[in-house]
Design a protein around this ligand. Structure first.
Ligand code: ATP
Ligand code: MG
Length: 312
């Protein structure tokens, strides 16, 4: 289950309140993929890169983006160094250092980590909830498995071509008879096979993730928003993007609804919100809408989460 939406709308609050609600009859792992972590503060507990139990039935984990990127690049580096002759290893390292800061690397690393988490914990919990970073980012993340598979396919195709080429060259050698013997133990061939198996493993990982993301019975995406004109327009676009990537949107969660009976100021806001919600309904008539009232106090505590959970 994914929770996404604009910055500050209440994704973290609602993701954790949902886990609390589910804990009555199911176990849940809440994963924060937002680099600006605050799940630990929410539960008043030290939380890290492995699951921490914050309530019976609720475990939380904060993905460490720097660690995810380093691990991702280390793997890529190992693969590249194996591909390249020794004297180019320095170049490889230089390239990887640059990659660490280039756009896309962080997303790819995050996605690989999500895929690994599903492999590691998919069987141990009834639900895994992803509390994601603000929208644009997440929509790109959903498109990524396709890109990553295409990239791996491209590499595999190149390998196949160069292997074919080497075979051809060997076939042309005058000592053609010896070739078969050499091939069986040829370290180059062995290396090629190793690389192929690494790339294929990676491709399967992304394919499995894609299959989960596109299976409406296994995965839903909930969009969190406030009842205002611009967030409604953005939600409509976000929904279209997710749907285009084959991701099923389960519900729209409208947070911070103003009360109608607490003075003129809030009543006027409420009226304005009702109009925005009517527009939301016109745009996305088939989606269930859950509404959560604006609270007088901050809701960043376990007790406040219990209260929010009653609206879910
Ligand atoms: N219904 C509510 N009533 C009052 N305060 C709320 C409500 N929902 C959330 N908040 C408060 O709004 C702030 C932002 O909420 P939260 O951190 O859940 O948003 P977010 O979407 O995860 O933000 P970010 O995009 O930065 O990750 C928090 O201080 C939270 O306590
Ligand atoms: Mg958050």
């Amino acid at each position: 289950m994914f929770f996404g939406g604009k910055g500050g709308v209440g994704k973290t609050t609602i993701a954790n309140a949902t886990a609390l609600k589910l804990s009555a009859h199911a176990s849940t792992l809440v994963v924060s993929t937002d680099p600006a972590h605050n799940v630990g503060h929410l539960w008043n507990m030290q939380v890290g890169d492995t699951p921490t139990t914050v309530r019976p039935g609720v475990d939380v984990l904060e993905l460490d983006p720097a660690r995810a990127t380093n691990e991702h690049l280390k793997q890529a580096g190992d693969t590249m160094r194996r591909m390249m002759p020794e004297h180019l290893h320095k170049e490889v390292n230089k390239h990887l250092n640059l990659a660490k800061h280039s756009p896309g690397t962080h997303e790819a690393a995050l996605l690989e980590r999500i895929a690994i988490l599903l492999e590691e914990y998919g069987e141990s919990y009834d639900h895994i909830i992803f509390d994601t970073a603000p929208s644009g980012h997440t929509a790109r993340l959903m498109a990524l498995p396709e890109l990553m598979s295409a990239w791996t396919d491209g590499l595999l195709e190149r390998r196949a071509k160069s292997e074919k080429f080497s075979e051809l060259v060997r076939g042309m050698s005058p000592t053609g008879k010896d070739t078969t013997v050499t091939t069986a133990i040829d370290p180059v061939d062995r290396r090629n096979q190793e690389l192929r198996s690494i790339l294929l493993k990676r491709r399967h990982r992304f394919e499995r993730l894609r299959a989960v993301l596109n299976d409406a019975t296994a995965c839903t995406f909930n969009i969190v928003l406030t009842a205002e004109r611009l967030p409604v327009l953005e939600t409509d676009e976000f929904h279209a993007e997710l749907t285009a990537n084959g991701v099923h949107v389960g519900a729209l969660i409208v947070n911070r609804r103003s009360p109608a009976d607490q003075g003129e100021f809030l009543a006027s806001r409420r009226h304005y919100e009702d109009e925005a919600l009517a527009d939301l309904h016109r745009r996305l008539p088939d989606l269930p809408v859950v509404q959560i009232p604006l609270r007088a106090h901050d809701v960043g505590s376990p007790q406040a989460l219990e209260d929010i959970a009653t609206y879910l």
